[in-house]
Design a protein around this ligand. Sequence first.
Ligand code: SF4
Length: 274
Amino acid sequence: MRGRARDKHPRTATSVPSGRPSFRRDRDKQSSAPLAVDSSPKTDHRLSSVLCPLSSVLCPLSSVPAPTRRLATLLTQIRACRVCEAHLPLGPNPVVRAGVGARVLIVGQAPGTKVHATGIPWNDASGDRLRQWLAIDRDTFYDEQQVAIVPMGFCYPGRGHGGDLPPRPECAPLWHPQLIPLLTRVRLVLLIGRYAQVGYLGKSQRGSLTETVRAAHDYLPRYLPLPHPSPRNQMWLRRHPWFERDILPLLRERVAAALADASTPTSTREKKPR
Ligand code: SF4
């Protein structure tokens, strides 16, 4: 994922950091409303009877908790999305990872070509640095029951004069309001780069990415804005030593606390998808 700080789609963001993001969506206002989420772990027999011709007693789906099923259904819909296909030079290939147990949510920009090809987000030098910032290993990072990875654009948007294009403006307003409410156990949302900060902090963001990151304390406990960990941002890191001195310790402390909070009882913990 690439994440240089540019702000070409401020029109998509209308929220303040008090709760969920609020996106305007022009095409389909009715279905843009966040899903009514039942976060209780009970089984949704009504849905299983629709999905499975067997009775709710015989149907193997009937034992799957309803939130898990809802998330799986939505992820299937996302992965079949073709909404902005005409604008995607490599075609749609939505890259998103989420489990109902996730306690940390990473909102980045959009996949680059490597992520598009592999389907694995942050599997590059930027990801290595991000994991170093978070002080977590790859197993934890790629465990969807601990860390959800939901960029502002799920598909590679193409390349412009100054690098990768911004995330497609259709994507986050279409999917985030449906997806984020299903991640009811998220304790900390990391907003990486300007697009995520515009989308989630709205008017409460500062005048620049640097000022927003420097004011990270102001957005806690829910949000923590970060610069992109790309090696191309090395100069930014050199120019702003307060980031490593003040923000990284805060980030590590908050991530550790959020993940520690993820220690749900073994009986309710879901299996990691293969
Ligand atoms: S970028 Fe988002 S809206 Fe566009 S095709 Fe991919 S998933 Fe759908």
